[in-house]
Design a binder for this molecule. Structure first.
Ligand SMILES: Cc1cc2nc3c(=O)[nH]c(=O)nc-3n(C[C@H](O)[C@H](O)[C@H](O)COP(=O)(O)OP(=O)(O)OC[C@H]3O[C@@H](n4cnc5c(N)ncnc54)[C@H](O)[C@@H]3O)c2cc1C
Length: 198
């Protein structure tokens, strides 16, 4: 969370023309890939509502901002069908990245060579610098500093990654997964026992 000494990470009083709670990028501006597309869509609605009526009635601007969520719902619903080939939001980038990482772990050797281990360490330690959602990257960097990657083999890596994913799940109030190899293999390698993915 943001303390008085840390850079501000979400729109608040300093961005009175924007909906509150949007996540900011390293440049101090709201960042598309750091927010959900539904939240991003509120920017347009607030600005549109504010510019069309604020000149004649400043209260209309506040009303537009207060009513932003309801207006956005309609707009978001309208847009839902047409999201193919759009730039990713936080959730889409996250799902794609977790899919890549868990799948890579599922096919990682049980007895990796020194080269495999050092490449995997390099891949994982690059994320805090390169991952496009900067606030996500910062938190992930803190987490892996406290919990260095286990690159010793497939099972250790899969468990370590599951635990890192669970850290993010906890932060977002989502379900925490069991990190045993059976659960990981069923989700990321072999599919569930009922055969529905075969
Ligand atoms: C490094 C990283 C940091 C992130 N940080 C943030 C952040 O700070 N804020 C934010 O809003 N979003 C963050 N995200 C995105 C977030 O984790 C989710 O990807 C996003 O919210 C979409 O969630 P989802 O519910 O679709 O499933 P995801 O969490 O993307 O999971 C994809 C699939 O993985 C499986 N799964 C879930 N948990 C586990 C687990 N522990 N082990 C194995 N498999 C699992 C499930 O089948 C799930 O459907 C981050 C993503 C990454 C890769």
């Amino acid at each position: 969370m943001t303390s008085p000494t840390e850079p501000q990470r979400t729109t608040k009083a300093t961005h009175p023309d924007l909906p509150p709670g949007l996540v900011l990028g390293p440049d101090g501006k709201p960042c598309k890939v750091c927010n959900s597309w539904q939240d991003w869509a509120k920017i347009k609605v607030v600005k549109k509502g504010a510019s069309s009526s604020a000149k004649s009635d400043p209260l209309a601007m506040m009303a537009a901002m207060a009513g932003g969520a309801a207006a956005v719902k309609t707009k978001a619903d309208d847009k839902e069908a047409d999201r193919t080939d759009c730039p990713p939001d936080t959730a889409e980038l996250g799902r794609a990245t977790w899919t890549f990482l868990h799948t890579t772990a599922a096919y990682y050797p049980t007895e990796p060579s020194a080269e495999h281990q050092s490449r995997m360490r390099a891949l994982l330690s690059s994320l805090p610098t390169l991952y496009a959602c900067a606030p996500c990257a910062d938190d992930f960097g803190e987490d892996i500093k406290a919990n260095p990657p286990d690159v010793s083999g497939r099972d250790g890596l899969s468990r370590w990654l599951c635990e890192r994913h669970n850290e993010v799940n906890r932060k977002l109030g989502k379900r925490v997964w069991k990190c045993d190899w059976k659960t990981m293999d069923a989700r990321w390698k072999d599919g569930p026992a009922d055969g529905r993915c075969d």
